[in-house]
Design a protein around this ligand. Structure first.
Ligand code: AMP
Ligand code: MG
Length: 333
């Protein structure tokens, strides 16, 4: 068994730096009245996050391709001069010698698009709507070896250590997972001696006592099919609705049992992106849960940027998985 200690440490430090950059962009937002359609802050944070993470990966593991969500082409246009300037300021807080060209190169280190035996996949900001609203968002990084996520750093800068905890003191958590070694949760703030805590999915075996966690944005998953399946399972608790892969964190910590991502009737052909699931999936699986597509098939990470062989995603605590898949089948029949 290879040991992934170095990968895990590099991934954690990389997402910590990215979270610091994203929170710096966010803090500048607090005082501003955000123009309704001004995408500048989220764009700066998105590109900045990909730049600092890819810089760290390129330095530590120069031979590993990175399949990331962004590429620098949009940044190079005249229309984005303002974004470029702000991006450079944010990245220079971490790399004082950075130039526009080095930043573009770091971002474009993350533009691999083909499957290989060993690669990283990155969502530099997952849940942009949550980021803008000041709600949940995630920075999701995973190492995939032989088609399986093996190492995950799922960073949730606005997530408290437990949903019922009082923010802000515990806000900013990272889930770190290595296949076969479990998932731990740790505070993001670097200058703390907080000890990482092992986390586990809920051990509920009774479907009617379980809870859904679902997208805040209803166009990203069919809430009506979820509701039908929920009825069959006898679920009465309100769903927890949050943006981003923080949903996987909530399932991994045992605060909800089921996360469903189901194609909507108005976009039946939407194909899930690997960076929206790789890190979250491993965080849940290593914590005791199960993740498949909506037909119970394993997620297949061998098709480049897309989960092209899968339909939807179902993450559960583990014990409830088969019943959830059966309820979904029946709800569609
Ligand atoms: P969420 O935070 O659950 O709302 O998911 C955010 C992610 O949804 C984004 O990172 C997008 O990649 C993804 N997304 C965008 N459009 C769709 C769609 N039509 N169906 C499912 N996911 C989508
Ligand atoms: Mg995303």
């Amino acid at each position: 068994m290879p040991d992934y200690d170095r990968e895990r440490t590099v991934a954690f430090h990389a997402v910590q730096a990215a979270a610091d950059l994203c929170q710096s962009v966010r803090n500048d937002l607090e005082g501003d009245v955000l123009e309704k359609d001004d995408r500048t802050p989220v764009t700066v944070a998105d590109f900045g996050s990909q730049a600092v993470i890819c810089q760290a990966l390129q330095t530590a593991f120069p031979d590993d391709p990175v399949i990331g969500e962004e590429d620098s082409s949009a940044l190079r246009t005249d229309a984005n001069a303002d974004v470029r300037g702000r991006l450079l300021d944010e990245v220079r807080a971490h790399h004082p010698g950075a130039t526009p060209e080095t930043v573009f190169d770091w971002i474009d280190h993350g533009t691999a698009d083909e499957y290989s035996d060993r690669f990283w996949t990155l969502d530099p900001i997952d849940g942009t709507k949550g980021f803008v609203r000041g709600d949940q968002y995630a920075i999701a990084l995973a190492l995939i070896v032989d088609g399986q996520p093996q190492v995950a750093a799922l960073c949730c800068p606005h997530l408290p250590h437990a949903l019922d905890a009082e923010p802000p003191e515990s806000r900013g958590q990272a889930l770190l997972a290595v296949r076969g070694e479990g998932t731990v949760q740790t505070l993001l703030t670097p200058d703390t001696d907080a000890v990482p805590t092992p986390i586990h999915t809920s051990d509920t075996t009774e479907p009617s006592e379980s809870r859904f966690c679902e997208s805040f944005v209803s166009s990203h998953s069919s809430h009506s099919l979820a509701a039908k399946a929920g009825e069959r399972l006898g679920i009465t608790a309100d769903s927890i609705r949050i943006d981003s892969q923080a949903k996987y964190a909530v399932v991994a910590r045992g605060e909800a049992e089921i996360y469903l991502r189901l194609p909507r009737p108005d976009s039946p052909d939407y194909t899930e992106r690997i960076w929206d699931h790789a890190a979250g999936m491993l965080a849940v699986e290593a914590a005791g849960g199960t993740v498949t597509d909506m037909h119970g098939r394993p997620l297949d990470f061998t098709h480049g940027r897309l989960l092209a062989a899968n339909t939807g995603v179902v993450a559960t605590n583990g014990p409830l998985h088969d019943e959830v898949i059966a309820a979904l089948d029946a709800a569609q029949a």
